[in-house]
Design a protein around this ligand. Structure first.
Ligand code: GLU
Length: 424
């Protein structure tokens, strides 16, 4: 059990992030003074977001923006709209962004934001007003050289467009590089929307190649069919893998012969029917049964703490590739390790999103846009380099990929702190 968690940050996901950190630093000779500095966020802002609802009432939502570490550059990380958002959860996600950006060699520290709201219960007008007021409240934190938001669970390119507009209205001119994951017409990048899913696929291919497996005889199960899961499923299908199981918040869909992913995506575009209702493509299956299907690759691409000590003993994949942030609990991690299942941790596996966010930010600053093929190949080169470096370290030091990845990220950040010194 990790110690020294400030009461206001206490949350299962923050405890998980700190426990992972504590486990990794056992393998490092980190100065204890540094250790405490890296464990909790450098800055956190909690705001009230009053929104005029369509029926005339004013509802007040809780919002947060957390900047975990500013030592290596401006901070970067998504904004999440979900009813369970708390300061502790956002702080954990911000900490993971710090290690993720450091590991990929991006010139950012980690941040995350969120509003405790169920976006599916709000109208478009309500969502726009919520976004604009939330951004107005956290405005002093934001800026292209300060902190750059992006999409996360429950937000998308439209949300980012409202953010770009609200920020620009406040300063009086258009600022494209204050946010990433925007629509192309206001400085978004080609390839950004699918980037996290594409990065997961780049990693999957690299893992299979390293262990001499063919993608064409690889079965894949994906938990979550949002921005990460649906693009990963589509690209894996296009590359020739057999995607046998997918799920959304209503349950799963299973077909041992392989699901027709493009047809499912087309069907979902109409009225967004729940996946388990699409029985023309496969049989409906319970969420918990989906996670334990026999397959070569399991990709959790939904929320945190889905792989637990309860289902980890029953999981039947060879490789678990974390598309979501924090999908595996600490107890599940060690069960999977003992069972010989290789876990490719989130801070490597889902880094594709922030890598292409970095490209978007750089293109906006350069006033120059890159070709899509260039973006795909630069993404693949950065993410596979990070993966191979971590794999090598895990094998050399006989530690898990997660520990190796955390050590690499923490070392990078500690080095920045050391050479900058402690102010004042
Ligand atoms: N929300 C994404 C993540 O968790 C992307 C963050 C970004 O692009 O800044 O990595």
């Amino acid at each position: 059990m990790p110690t020294n968690i400030p009461a206001e940050l206490d949350h299962p996901t923050f405890r998980l992030a700190v426990a992972q950190f504590d486990q990794a630093v056992q393998h490092m000779a980190l100065d204890p003074n540094m250790l405490e500095r890296l464990k909790s966020p450098q800055r956190a802002l909690a705001v009230s977001v009053p929104v005029r609802m369509d029926d005339g009432r004013v509802e007040v939502f809780r919002g947060y923006r957390v900047q975990h570490d500013l030592s290596r550059g401006p901070t970067k990380g998504g904004i999440r709209y979900h009813p369970d958002v708390t300061l502790g959860e956002v702080s954990a996600l911000a900490m993971w962004m710090t290690w993720k950006t450091a590991l990929a060699g991006l010139p950012f520290g980690g941040a995350k934001g969120g509003v405790a709201v169920n976006p599916t219960c709000l109208t478009t007008g309500e969502l726009e007003r919520l976004t604009r007021r939330y951004i107005a409240e956290i405005f002093p934190f934001l800026g292209p050289d300060k902190d750059i938001p992006a999409p996360d669970v429950g937000t998308n390119a439209q949300t980012m467009a409202w953010i770009m507009d609200t920020y620009s209205q406040q300063v009086g001119f258009s600022v494209r590089d204050v946010v990433t994951g925007k629509p192309l017409s206001i400085g978004g990048s080609l390839g950004r929307e699918e980037a996290t899913g594409r990065g997961v696929v780049d990693i999957t291919m690299e893992v299979l190649h390293y262990f001499h497996f063919d993608l064409s005889d690889t079965t894949v199960v994906i938990e979550g069919f949002g921005n990460v899961g649906s693009h990963a499923a589509r690209i894996l299908y296009e590359e020739g893998a057999k995607v046998i199981g997918i799920s959304d918040r209503f349950g799963g869909l299973y077909n041992p012969k392989g699901l027709d992913i493009p047809a499912i995506i087309t069907e979902r575009k109409k009225e967004k029917p729940p996946l388990p209702s699409l029985t023309q493509f496969g049989e409906s299956i319970l969420h918990e049964d989906l996670l334990t299907l026999p397959c070569r690759v399991l990709i959790p691409a939904a929320l945190a703490e889905q792989i637990t000590s309860t289902n980890a003993p029953k999981i039947q994949c060879q490789f678990l590739i974390e598309g979501a942030n924090g999908p595996t609990t600490l107890a599940a991690d060690s069960i999977l390790h003992d069972r010989g299942i290789m876990v490719i941790p989130d801070i490597v596996a889902n880094a594709g999103g922030v890598i292409v966010s970095y490209f978007e930010w750089a293109q906006d600053a350069q006033r120059f846009s890159w070709e899509e093929a260039h973006i795909h190949s630069r993404l693949q080169s950065i993410i596979t380099k990070a993966f191979n470096r971590i794999l090598q370290q895990a094998e050399d030091k006989k530690i898990t990929m997660r520990t190796a990845a955390l050590i690499a990220g923490i070392e990078e950040v500690a080095m920045a702190h050391e050479c900058r010194g402690l102010y004042p």
